[in-house]
Design a protein around this ligand. Structure first.
Ligand SMILES: CCCCCCCCCCCCC[C@H](O)CC(=O)SCCNC(=O)CCNC(=O)[C@H](O)C(C)(C)COP(=O)(O)OP(=O)(O)OC[C@H]1O[C@@H](n2cnc3c(N)ncnc32)[C@H](O)[C@@H]1OP(=O)(O)O
Ligand SMILES: NC(=O)c1ccc[n+]([C@@H]2O[C@H](COP(=O)([O-])OP(=O)(O)OC[C@H]3O[C@@H](n4cnc5c(N)ncnc54)[C@H](O)[C@@H]3O)[C@@H](O)[C@H]2O)c1
Length: 727
């Protein structure tokens, strides 16, 4: 709802719809009603619009989208027009954030004042839609076409100070000031001044003459940065109309653009992603605990053991979260190198103004270098990030168990190993868990937390809370080889080399993936992270080409199909970008260049095995890359390793750069339709048989299709649970 009050001659209309003052239908009804009251009251000379509680409205109520209620009048644009038409000065008093429809309301006001700490923006594009209450027409009239294109096509939130420098905000109220009082005084001071040019629909776009040039520039940038997504392109086209058409016709173009986007699968996927991102924090470890019942332990200090690629980033994340951070290497040279990197990185963040001088100083003084486990006896949490080797990890956990105080939680950053086996090296398995960060750990937003068979409720709640404090998208999963992310990814890479064998070169496969929306294809990613990583894992499993006794068939490992092309590359020193060659070659930059040498390796291999390469369609490549991964996702759900399909989707969006506008592997399967996905998987299974188990259809997928067709993704788990409880 909204609240109406008077401060002498100034009417105050405050949106009151906790937690974020979203502009739900009932709020819109109140706003229009109170604007009429204020307009009719002759004792009112000016009107202040504000938000109660945490914030100014942050936009339309996203829960109403794709439901008819979002279209029910009064709409936000009706309120924008009522604010603008008012004969009395209207002032938006912004605290917290003014986003989306919230900022559009503010653009309807004649004036805008904001707290210096506030954020403003039109982030609709991140929901796969556009600002649909006049924002595409009004923002360019204030901040110019060039800025508006940037703001709307990327949807970033901007500090109010930046808005002020562009003329969007008329006055800034310093931190600690009273925004409502300032707005009342400001509104009163504007009474009697002309409102004509304050009504944005009357104003023209300042840089309208540059429209074609700006359009070309932004379309190019958007194409590169938000590959494959429709909304940024439609946003730009609609903003363009603000420079070419009347306000009224521009609004019509905005309405049509909105209708197109609302009907797209992309907006549904993005809205799903918005809620999924928030849903994952409501974790559940069945039979142990959940987010509502378990209490985290207070963690003041964290020790990071191993300062290689991962440990350094984890230590920076810990320092950013304000923790006293012990950094551990047994070898003094390795310790010094790790500490130097961490200290240097903090200074770089300071230089780039990503952190203040005080924060940098606090982080520097919170680093405690240690070269023996005894030095970390009293820490609250240890995160181990040493070599991926079970024997070494068990040895370290055994030692940590003896040295650390009984309450210390011991976590491993292993990317594949069994958490229960690691825990078995301690006498405190209830205090052991996995915290799987992604490289680079201080940049990547995903944290995949793993609970073991014996992890306690408090341990799980604590690692989830630490993820939140580190500002990560933190997803809780159960224990299995590779957990959720890497277990599924394994089949993606397996199938990719099978495609090379049969039909395509790396650049062809990668092109299909980038056309789908990935920033990079599978082979470019391999080169970037290092082809030796996978090689080490395969070596651990004893399956690389080199490890096989003479006479072993090149294309078989036991009964399973195998393709050694990745082994050949590594054995020829083609480790990836770091050495300038891998699946591609690199000539002094990160740009991958298709390499005739790689083609030769593939061609010779095909000839040796009498494989005649065949034509392969992009559709087949995409299905073969994505469907085994999806199939494995269903197996993971079936086994209870992930509690919900959106947990998997968030792992893929934030850990593996899955294009957000398709929602994630599980949501994408829902979009395609489960029956169609199952049909393709079954065809491959029939053709490949037991030698390619990743094509064996998941029982859950099969059951869902046979009994429910393509049920809504929100129903997959309830339907399965109901079914299981009956059987
Ligand atoms: C059937 C066909 C009909 C066709 C008719 C079409 C007509 C449609 C006309 C539409 C006009 C469009 C108007 C406008 O242009 C569109 C919009 O405004 S879209 C919304 C734009 N705004 C945003 O995207 C902001 C979203 N929110 C955030 O980014 C963050 O919440 C925040 C503001 C940065 C704060 O972050 P945090 O502090 O971390 O808080 P949380 O994110 O955890 O949020 C707390 C809680 O609030 C819920 N919530 C937040 N914003 C909204 C919202 N806009 N609507 C609904 N709910 C919201 C959030 O989900 C959390 O709740 P929980 O999920 O934990 O229960
Ligand atoms: N590199 C990645 O992309 C990535 C991603 C996610 C998870 N992981 C996992 O993180 C862990 C570390 O990987 P990495 O890539 O950082 O390895 P790395 O080889 O870069 O670093 C390992 C570090 O551990 C140190 N070390 C070894 N034994 C030690 C001991 N007993 N005590 C203290 N320090 C010791 C080494 O000196 C080295 O600095 C592995 O389990 C790996 O699977 C790696």
């Amino acid at each position: 709802m909204a609240l109406y009050s008077r401060e002498d001659d100034v009417a105050i209309i405050a949106v009151n719809n906790p937690p974020m003052n979203a502009l739900s239908h009932h709020v819109r009804k109140d706003l229009i009603k109170f604007l009429k009251v204020a307009e009719a009251d002759e004792n009112v000379t000016a009107i202040v619009l504000c938000g109660d509680g945490r914030t100014f409205p942050v936009g339309a109520d996203i829960k109403e989208f794709h439901k008819s209620v979002s279209a029910l009048g009064p709409t936000i644009i009706d309120i924008v027009h009522a604010l603008e038409k008012s004969s009395k000065p209207t002032v938006a008093a912004i605290h917290g954030s003014a986003l989306g429809g919230g900022l559009e309301l503010a653009l309807g006001c004649h004036y805008r004042i904001a707290m210096s700490t506030s954020k403003v923006g039109l982030p609709e594009v991140k929901l796969g839609i556009l600002p649909g209450a006049g924002g595409t027409q009004r923002l360019p009239r204030v901040i110019g076409l060039d800025n508006a294109m940037k703001w709307i096509a990327y949807g970033h939130h901007h500090p109010a100070g930046v808005g002020a420098s562009l003329g969007l905000i008329d006055r800034i109220v310093a931190k600690g000031g009273d925004i409502r009082r300032s707005a009342i005084l400001f509104a009163r001071s504007m009474v009697g001044k002309g409102l004509g040019q304050r009504r944005l629909s009357n104003v023209s776009v300042p840089d309208a003459s540059k429209v074609e040039e700006l359009m070309a520039k932004h379309l190019k940038e958007v194409g590169l940065r938000t590959r494959g997504a429709l909304a940024p392109v439609v946003c730009l086209q609609v903003i363009k109309s603000s420079a070419l058409l009347s306000y009224k016709d521009g609004l019509e173009s905005e309405r049509q653009g909105m209708m197109t986007l609302l009907a797209s699968s992309e907006s549904k996927a993005q809205i799903y992603s918005f809620f999924s991102e928030r849903q994952v924090s409501k974790w559940n470890a069945p039979g142990i605990a959940n987010h509502a019942t378990a209490k985290p332990m207070q963690v003041r200090s964290i020790a990071v053991v191993g300062l290689g690629t991962m440990g350094r980033g984890i230590a920076i994340s810990s320092l950013k979260a304000g923790k006293k951070t012990y950094v551990v290497e047994l070898n003094s040279k390795a310790l010094a190198a790790g500490v130097k990197y961490i200290r240097g990185y903090i200074e770089t963040m300071k230089k780039r103004a990503q952190i203040s001088e005080e924060q940098a100083a606090a982080m520097q003084s919170a680093i405690i270098p240690v070269s023996s486990y005894n030095g970390i006896a009293n820490v609250d949490l240890v995160i181990e990030a040493v070599f991926e080797n079970m024997k070494i990890k068990k040895e370290i956990f055994g030692k940590l168990d003896k040295v650390c105080k009984p309450s210390t939680i011991l976590a491993s950053n292993t990317s594949t190993l069994d958490i229960d086996e690691i825990a078995s090296a301690t006498k405190r398995p209830e205090k052991v868990a996995g915290m799987h960060f992604f490289a680079p750990a201080h940049i990547m937003l995903l944290l995949e937390n793993i609970y073991g068979r014996k992890s306690s409720a408090e341990t799980i709640a604590t690692i989830m809370d630490i993820g939140k404090q580190m500002k990560k998208i933190t997803v809780l999963v159960g224990n299995c080889v590779g957990f959720v992310g890497n277990r599924m990814y394994g089949y993606y890479t397996t199938e990719s080399v099978f495609i090379l064998e049969e039909a395509a070169y790396p650049e062809q496969v990668d092109k299909v993936l980038t056309d789908y929306g990935f920033a990079m294809g599978r082979f470019q990613v391999g080169d970037l992270s290092g082809n030796d990583i996978g090689y080490k894992i395969r070596t651990g499993l004893g399956i690389t080409h080199k490890q096989q006794p003479a006479g072993t068939p090149e294309r078989k490992r036991g009964v399973l199909r195998y393709c050694p092309l990745g082994d050949f590359l590594v054995e020829k020193g083609r480790l990836g970008l770091k050495v300038g060659k891998g699946w591609y070659k690199y000539e002094g930059s990160r740009t991958p260049i298709p390499d005739p040498e790689v083609r030769k390796i593939i061609d010779e291999y095909r000839t040796r095995h009498h494989i005649v390469p065949r034509d392969i369609s992009s559709e087949e490549v995409l299905q073969r890359m994505l469907y085994p991964l999806i199939n494995e996702g269903f197996k993971i759900l079936e086994e209870g390793i992930a509690a919900n399909p959106w947990d998997i989707d968030m792992i893929y969006q934030y850990g593996y750069a899955w294009p957000r506008h398709t929602g994630g592997p599980m949501y994408y399967a829902f979009t395609i339709g489960l029956p169609q996905v199952l049909k393709v998987i079954e065809e491959h299974w029939k053709a490949a048989g037991a030698s390619e188990p990743h094509w064996q259809p998941s029982t859950m997928l099969t059951w869902l299709v046979e009994n429910h067709g393509n049920p809504d993704i929100s129903q997959w788990m309830p339907l399965m649970q109901k079914h299981k409880s009956k059987t």
